[in-house]
Design a protein around this ligand. Structure first.
Ligand SMILES: Nc1nc2c(ncn2[C@@H]2O[C@H](COP(=O)(O)OP(=O)(O)OP(=O)(O)O)[C@@H](O)[C@H]2O)c(=O)[nH]1
Ligand SMILES: [Mg+2]
Length: 225
């Protein structure tokens, strides 16, 4: 059996650890949440489903061609400031690239905050075709929601494979990723969450009395620099 001295020593060590760790825990008094609707577009086989699966599950899995569209969600803790936890609830529509579903895709533009137009870096033709989705998005914005634009990001996938150097001929942000290795995928979605404007956050009524692990908070937001 442990002696009284060694038990006291153990308690002292535990106390010291608690003091060291306390500043890393943040008590939450309010939660503010924003919904972010994303839509993925692009030719069949460019890797839209693989990118979303990588982001939402952390895995690269075998996929089948999407039929119509698939819906995914992911909620992330964005930041904690003055006891307010900010969360972003992503609603992600992964559309089918096959030509036969093409007439359905505009349904998913409705209320979308951002569109990820995906192409395959090994297939320059898929980048040229991405332009037709961008044109369609512009047309939709001009006709149906002239006051608000959809944030368009052109995403080149499969950078793990050999490919020719790429030029961004579009007027949009250009991001390169690999669903297979995960390169650039979390950063792509995190950046979209970080760009959510403050007005989109609303107070969540069921207040969570919880302590958040700051290491699970998006790196950029938890940094004070
Ligand atoms: N090497 C490599 N292969 C990938 C990558 N991402 C996807 N693939 C492969 O590309 C093929 C098509 O991927 P999907 O994610 O189903 O493509 P999709 O764009 O969703 O296709 P549709 O649903 O038909 O529109 C699959 O065989 C994937 O394994 C990647 O980053 N690198
Ligand atoms: Mg798919």
């Amino acid at each position: 059996m442990a002696s009284v001295e060694s038990q006291e020593h153990a308690l002292q060590v535990l106390g010291a650890f608690t003091k060291i760790l306390r500043p890393f825990n943040m008590t939450i008094v309010e939660t503010h949440i924003a919904n972010l609707k994303l839509v993925l577009l692009g030719e069949s086989s460019v890797g839209k489903t693989s990118i979303v699966t990588r982001y939402t599950t952390g895995n690269y899995q075998k996929t089948n061609a999407t039929i119509g569209a698939a819906f995914f969600t992911k909620t992330i803790n964005l930041s904690v400031e003055n006891g307010v936890l900010k969360k972003v609830n992503m609603e992600i529509w992964d559309t089918a690239g096959q030509e036969r579903y093409r007439s359905l895709t505009p349904i998913y533009y409705r209320n979308a905050d951002a569109a990820l137009v995906v192409f395959d870096v090994t297939k320059p033709d898929s980048l040229r075709k991405a332009q037709s989705w961008i044109d369609e998005l512009h047309e939709y914005c001009n006709n149906d929601r002239p006051e608000e634009n959809i944030h368009v990001i052109v995403v080149g996938n499969k950078v793990d494979l050999d490919h020719e150097p790429l030029d961004n001929n579009t007027d949009h942000e250009f991001v390169l990723v690999s669903a297979k290795t995960g390169e650039g995928v979390i950063e792509l979605f995190d950046k979209l969450a970080e760009d959510v404007v403050p007005e989109k956050f609303v107070k969540q009524e069921d207040v969570e009395d919880t302590v958040v692990d700051p290491f699970k908070i998006s790196r950029k937001q938890s940094c004070s620099c």
